[in-house]
Design a protein around this ligand. Structure first.
Ligand code: FES
Length: 143
């Protein structure tokens, strides 16, 4: 039985920002093919900042805690700052995750980043992937 930190237990028992945003500016959905868990992030963007974030996670307790923590870490951040959030930072903020649950932390930043990419793609009228490639070439979106 894995031992979870108090922070993981808190975010699992009382997840922040659960739900769905009506008419979101961006949506990011990811799934883990191994365990079958799924996560969706919804964002609202104002003045290049994440004005609201909600998520729905169908998954293990660690995935729920990770989603909750990612939503708190990214709230109010600029899109560039939010793109820099990675799985290690999330696990650190949660005071660690058991080794066999570390993969669960990958879903959180991936779903958030996909939602931002979706927003940027819609805003520019071009596929999100093309926008992200340009941003990376320009030096943005580095981890
Ligand atoms: S076991 Fe699937 S995300 Fe945690």
């Amino acid at each position: 039985m894995p031992v979870y930190s108090e922070k993981v237990m808190d975010h699992f028992m009382n997840p922040r920002n659960v739900g769905e945003i009506e008419n979101p500016d961006g949506v990011g959905e990811v799934g883990n093919p191994v365990c079958g868990d799924m996560m969706a992030f919804y964002i609202k963007v104002k003045d290049n900042r994440l004005a609201d974030i909600k998520f729905k996670t169908f998954g293990c307790g660690a995935a729920i805690a990770v989603s909750s923590m990612v939503s708190e870490m990214a709230m109010g951040k600029t899109l560039e700052e939010a793109m820099k959030i990675n799985a290690h930072m999330v696990a650190d903020e949660l005071d660690g995750l058991p080794k066999n649950k570390l993969h669960c932390s990958n879903l959180g930043d991936e779903a958030l980043h996909k939602a931002i990419e979706d927003y940027l793609g819609k805003k520019s009228g071009r596929p999100a992937a093309a926008v992200m490639t340009e941003q990376k070439k320009a030096g943005g979106g580095k981890k």
